[in-house]
Design a protein around this ligand. Structure first.
Ligand code: ZN
Length: 301
């Protein structure tokens, strides 16, 4: 009799533990968003990321496995602003009933220049620049939107999500101050860099570092000798102190431009994707600090 009671108690405990340990399945479209969801969700969530570390969401082609991942999700978090051109079809094909949260809702979008060819995937005229997370103020909006989305599907977790989000938001405030301090320490005339793909518009607007994308070259097509010569002239003419490599783009072009123009080749910066867990940018905070370190190392007087 006593044994049966103990067994029943044990069973109840196992059941309770099982129920508590069953995390909410959330799908985030790319690695940076995945990190933000993990920061807010903690161990209440299990996050699947469609475009993983060092992946390029612009040119991503979803697989049937991605549709299955979406079908099993309780919440889907996307960037929006046209970043995931493939997401609407994928959501539809998956048949998922999960709410889709647009993390960038509420940010003030930057309109891309007319005819600007983003990473070789021309968004056409008047497209919006999707890289809103590169401003920390925008990342704070992402976090608030993610927090509210999680509470929407898991109201029992409200207190946990609110407290994790507010701790993380405080960390973002500290990061924002650090970015401003560091950029302020770079001589104004040297606050200009050239990057392989035009992903830092929001960073530029928020922090006053000028980013110049190589004119007329996309990361998808081979740059001709003439393209390279034109960029080298541009770098010299505008006295751009450093060129940067991005984790999602082909580094050869930038290295060649640095060599021929005499500009410094900056280290690797992360624009659209995090690094692998052991790398220099496994989280959003690490990514922003990595980029900041690289900018200031290459631009300091
Ligand atoms: Zn991009």
């Amino acid at each position: 009799m006593r044994g049966a009671r103990i067994a029943a108690v044990l069973l109840a405990l196992v059941w309770a533990a099982g129920a508590a340990a069953e995390p909410l399945k959330v799908v985030a479209t790319f690695s940076i968003l995945g990190d933000l969801v993990r920061q807010v969700g903690g161990d209440r969530v299990s996050v699947a990321v469609l475009v993983g570390p060092n992946g390029d969401a612009h040119s991503f082609v979803p697989s049937p496995g991605d549709a299955r991942t979406l079908a099993g999700a309780r919440l889907v978090v996307v960037n929006g602003l046209g970043f995931e051109g493939w997401i609407d079809r994928l959501v539809k094909a998956s048949g998922t009933k999960a709410p889709v949260v647009v993390a960038s809702a509420g940010v003030t979008p930057i309109e891309e220049e007319e005819g600007h060819d983003h990473a070789g995937h021309g968004h056409g005229a008047h497209a919006l620049d999707p890289h809103a997370w590169q401003s920390v103020a925008n990342a704070k909006r992402y976090v608030a939107t993610i927090r509210d989305g999680l509470i929407g599907v898991d109201p029992e977790g409200r207190a946990a999500y609110e407290s994790r989000a507010s701790a993380y938001l405080a960390g973002l405030d500290a990061l924002d101050a650090e970015v401003r301090r560091t950029i302020a320490g770079i001589p104004e005339a040297r606050r200009r860099v050239i990057t392989t793909h035009d992903a830092f518009g929001y960073f530029a607007r928020a922090y006053g570092l000028r980013f110049i994308a190589p004119q007329g070259v996309s990361s998808q097509s081979e740059a001709t000798a003439r393209d390279v010569a034109r960029i080298v002239r541009q770098v010299k003419r505008d006295r751009i102190p450093a060129v940067f490599l991005e984790n999602v783009a082909d580094p050869r072009l930038m290295l060649q431009i640095a060599r021929e123009s005499g500009a410094k080749a900056g280290g690797r910066i992360f624009s659209d994707a995090l690094s692998e867990p052991g790398g220099p940018a496994p989280t959003y905070l690490d990514m922003m600090r990595n980029n900041l370190r690289e900018f200031s190392a290459a631009l300091a007087g």
